[in-house]
Ligand binder design. Sequence first.
Ligand code: FPP
Ligand code: MG
Length: 353
Amino acid sequence: MIVKHLYEAAHALPERVADSGILGRLGLRAPEFEARIQEAMGRVEQLLHQCAHSAPDPRISLLTGHLAAAGGKRLRPLLVLLGAEFGEPERDGVVQAGVIAELVHVASLYHDDVMDAAAVRHGVPSVNARWGEKAAVLGGDWLLARAAQLAAALGPDAVHLNAQTAGRLVSGQLRELCGPGPGPGEDPVEHYFRVCEGKTAALLSMSLGIGALQAVAPAHHVSALAEYGEQLGIAFQIADDLLDLAAPQHSTGKEQGNDLLAGVPSLPVLLALAGDDPRDAELRDLLSAGAAAGPAAHRRALELFRRSPAPARAEALMHDRLERARTALEVLPALPARRALAALCGFVAQRTA
Ligand code: FPP
Ligand code: MG
């Protein structure tokens, strides 16, 4: 079940319900492990709802509980629980750590949807669409405060990790907002990686680290898991970028080439813009013109793009990150959780294959 859960996370599917098909195929054969994770995920879910809906006024509770109730893949709590497997997973504080990771994630989505003026999240109206931007910002702040309160009950390490991660998330988002600077040394591809580290990698890394810490795992296991999370987070983001260009059978339900049309500086786009091959000159002109160039130019850009070396280069960079993630796992004992984490790398790679 757990591996199907990972599979779904990697494929950005909305369901949280898992079945045992993939598990059988991977041959993990670890029913005790699966049952323990499944049971703990249930407890995370219960506490998450309690926390998200615990505002003093029921009208506010409706707002703060809105996204957690709407769904989500719960990838971060799952990583917390997998991290805890390298210590004593039944220890007090592991489930709370899973809730902290999800609360921070949900809080960041409240704010992100305001920034992107997004109308829909998890298939329901976004908080900003339903209650307005001011309420959405405050709702996100409230969830962040709730996460801080849970962390305070776990002790200084959890408080530190929680604060550091929130700071990294905000820095990543601010970097994205500002874009790369004009000066020397402000390489757009480097800037892309800094943004990913903050926006995506920081919380995945924190999830594994806080789970392992709460389970009192050995320090070198905690740092290996945190490093795995960093690398996986960046690979995830690159895979997302590549999916935007993927062939129809790999489509996630979104229109293809959306990033290209919207002028989103995804990694393949940045690599294409950075190249100097004269054969790519037309593509660079179209990319620079962005959405203003119109639908015909968009189709032409997508066609040229698929023939350019940029997507393959981005894919190679994704594989490099996945390899780094797998390498980080090498110091860990050969537990089912380690196999599950390695399998997650495989699934990220398969998304774009
Ligand atoms: C989604 O990006 C955004 C994030 C993963 C991070 C958002 C972070 C902030 C808004 C900073 C504030 C943080 C806290 C902790 C309150 P996206 O827009 O590329 O992806 P999407 O398609 O899911 O919207
Ligand atoms: Mg967004």
